[in-house]
Design a protein around this ligand. Structure first.
Ligand SMILES: [Zn+2]
Length: 148
């Protein structure tokens, strides 16, 4: 009996994160003029209204942050978002990164419901499958409580 070939893991969105082994991280942009950090990456104009900078460098964002807010998603988002079929409800977390002074949204890791989330808890970035086809697993970042 033929064994199913392992699927290749690829990012679901290109250029938003690095899939480095045990330490995946989001990729942001730091303005060379004012030092502000942005996510998703910024390539043209600094979003700081007091800055006219237009040069940016890629920076690895913090892999841990504080849970600022969260909610439950019980309905599949509209296309082009690809949802598993049948749809599995998931929690969405807004996590504050202290060093970058920004909030990054993401799904909460599979199996962690809102009943296990508390504002202020420490969250860690992990990678998980968003969806898959015959040859690939499409990976996305998710937030998971550090204690889990
Ligand atoms: Zn700037």
């Amino acid at each position: 009996m033929a064994q199913a070939a392992a699927k290749t893991r690829v990012p679901a969105v290109e250029g938003w994160f690095r899939m480095d082994g045990d330490a995946p991280h989001l990729i942001g942009s730091r303005c060379r003029s004012c030092g502000c950090v942005f996510f998703p990456r910024e390539q043209t104009f600094c979003r700081n209204p007091d800055c006219s900078g237009s040069e940016f460098e890629d920076v690895a964002l913090s892999r841990r942050g504080t849970l600022w807010s969260f909610t439950d998603n019980r309905y599949p988002p509209p296309a082009p978002y690809v949802s598993p079929d049948p749809f599995e409800p998931y929690a969405i977390a807004a996590v504050e990164l202290a060093a970058e002074r920004m909030v990054v949204l993401g799904q909460v890791a599979r199996g962690v419901g809102v009943d296990r989330l508390r504002s202020g808890m420490e969250m860690e970035l992990v990678l998980d499958t968003l969806y898959s086809d015959d040859a690939h697993e499409y990976m996305i970042w998710k937030w998971r409580p550090v204690a889990a």
